[in-house]
Design a protein around this ligand. Sequence first.
Ligand SMILES: [Zn+2]
Length: 463
Amino acid sequence: MTAPAPHPDGATAVLVIADGALVAEPGAAPATPDRARGATAVLAIDGAIVRVGDPDEVAADPRAAAARRVSWSGRAMVPGTVNTHNHSFQSLLRGIGDDLPFLVWRDRALYRYSPRLDAEGMATAALFAFGEMLLHGVTTVCDFYYLNRQGNDHASATIEAARRLGIRIVLARCFYDWSGAPEAYRETVTQAVGNFEALARRYHDRTRFLVSVQPAPHSQHGASAAMIEAGAGCARDAGVPWHIHLAEEHYQVDQSLARFGARPLHAVAALPVDLSQMIAVHGCWFDAGERALLAERGGALAYCPGSNMFLGDGVTDLVDLVARGVRVGLGTDGGCSNNRVSVFDEMRTAALLQKVHRTDGQAIDAETCFALGTRTAGAVLQLPVGRIAPGYRCDLVALDLADPSLWPVQALEKNVVYSLSPRAVTDVMVDGQEVVAARRLCHVALDEIQSRVRHVTSDWRRD
Ligand SMILES: [Zn+2]
């Protein structure tokens, strides 16, 4: 890869020029859909977009004089996609426990193999999951991380793997104390808080946002009330959001009613926690009262339609949540419950699932689903990512306009969501640096990842 050219004032500038783009119109409100336009240039300084427009005009900007130039001719640039929910280690379990009942899968695959992973194995999983994501145009991934073994070695290995590849990461460090889970998942409240704070001190990046650390009490079944309160408290102290799985499967509603006398979101809302900073994951079984409460309190949702369908969980009422103004971001979930890792794919899946669920082809449109995988997903994670506009980080994906999956190209806004083939993703940039070029990872060889995955999983079986 070419070394970045130094800017006269010490900053690093890059000028990216493509034949087409999906960008925000100047001064567009957050809710305004991105629009397709022809030849477009983006100028970024130190990884932040400072100008977007016609190539001649942007190139004439004095700040572009010493910029490194990247030409994406024959390609359209779109915002890098944002994956709000994933478990990287689960990519290693792909295909190992598919099509089994949940408890059988959990005991025979998840609980059998995952505790065997050491920090080196977790790095392999992260290189595999994040490398495959980059090749599919994911530029930010949130890894909900619960295999901590009472320390930070695993989470650190995962962050270092993300850094090697060049992907932007949110490490959602889990708070987990359910005694029925493997010991590798469990911590005391004191351990979880101490480890979260140490990890954030070491890695949380408030300048370029390349690494963020956010707390993640696992769920109502995986975390006690004290653990959920501790996670939300760490989020408040650090000024970041917190994540929690809620109402994924119907039995979890029944359990919540039995244990707490309230449905999942109402039970969590009864705790001393700030729902405006909460990112609920899934919410398949939120009823109208819970959806209204989520909107009223300003909470967000990580929505994983591919995983919900794969596992037979249920259908989140996305259309209603969007209509109520809830911030929603798409997620792929783990590599063994989808089993794909593409946010472009989740955009299409979200639209199709909502349309069939409501038997209404107009239930939701491509532009809304595109936003859910880009800028509103960035808003969910509270990061300046997901849009090609000044003030956002320079995370871009180049799509090959010669690929038939994008034809006719005048319908780019629709075709990116409904017909795009992953084959059309040619180049990816994160924070102004190329991380995929000509369909290959720039910093880690795929051969290395392949041999590491083979080594770790060589004796893992489906039986
Ligand atoms: Zn999850």
